[in-house]
Design a protein around this ligand. Structure first.
Ligand SMILES: O=C(O)CCC(=O)C(=O)O
Ligand SMILES: [Fe+2]
Length: 210
């Protein structure tokens, strides 16, 4: 495989990965315009095994997209699992069920799809955007992100202008964007010159939200 990753000393559990109790772990930050973020650092403990399973066994593909007068590689590898597709590791199915259960009342529907991104190094990134394809263009919803591998900052900024928030995400952390967040805020994972190892982001979304 093309990526190398050094296991974090703090992240290797002899018993393998385990998922924590969401109710105790989450801190909510209320944002402007009806948006919010929930953050649970280290939600998946011992996530190193899960990370290395996904790095090696997911059918990662690179996407290309038009930019100005050229077609360029999207700077990260991707794999998308629709609601009916089996997830590549049982822990992801468990995470999705726990998230669906925890947010059932507030979200009113389960998380169904899983989008996986692999940031191979600091030159992989995602530019400022909201996940506004589908119902999230017009309605409140949630996008739940589980981060594995090396930490990278996920930035959030209000579309109306204002200060940028920064969440350093990796090593089993959970971040959930909710309310109007996809419409009224944008998020990004910027490139960095720092030496960073690979990171995997798993995004769980409800039906017809991308
Ligand atoms: O890397 C992340 O956690 C964010 C990915 C993202 O925003 C997206 O794929 O829509
Ligand atoms: Fe996104």
């Amino acid at each position: 495989m093309f990526v190398t990753h050094q296991a974090s000393l703090f992240d290797v559990e002899p018993s393998g990965p385990t998922i924590g109790d969401l109710a105790c772990a989450i801190t909510r930050t209320q944002l402007s315009a009806g948006a919010w973020v929930d953050h649970a650092p280290g939600w998946v403990a011992g996530s190193e095994d899960l990370f290395s399973d996904l790095v090696h066994n997911v059918a990662w593909r690179s996407d290309r997209r038009p930019m100005y007068d050229r077609v360029v590689d999207v700077p990260r590898l991707l794999c998308f699992y629709d609601a009916a597709d089996p997830l590549p590791n049982p822990l992801l199915a468990q995470a999705r069920s726990l998230l669906s259960e925890h947010y059932a009342n507030e979200l009113g529907e389960p998380f169904t799809t899983a989008g996986l991104c692999l940031y191979r190094d600091g030159s992989d990134s995602v530019a400022w955007h909201g996940d506004t394809i589908g119902r999230s263009r017009t309605a409140d919803t949630m996008v739940a992100i589980v981060s594995l591998g090396d930490a990278r900052p996920l930035l959030l900024r209000p579309r109306a202008g204002g200060a940028t928030l920064r969440f350093q995400l990796g090593h089993g952390d959970l971040l959930v964007m909710g309310g109007s967040c996809q419409r009224t805020w944008e998020h990004a994972v910027p490139k960095t010159n720092r030496a960073v190892g690979p990171r995997i982001s798993v995004q769980f979304r409800p039906h017809d939200v991308r």
